[in-house]
Design a protein around this ligand. Sequence first.
Ligand SMILES: [Zn+2]
Length: 60
Amino acid sequence: MVECLHCGQMFDPEELPDSPEIQVGLLLARERFNDEGQVCAECLTSRGRLAMMYDCQFRR
Ligand SMILES: [Zn+2]
């Protein structure tokens, strides 16, 4: 288990749900924030959702 960098919640980075928000969140963690594996599913979801709303790179 890992402690989330953002909210401090304990989570398992191998057990992230497979949702589009999380996929975008993971991509950002890898390419922009450099914190992949240290952010929980909830924080990845909100990061991914915000990116899809405001970042034209991820808009569909
Ligand atoms: Zn978190």
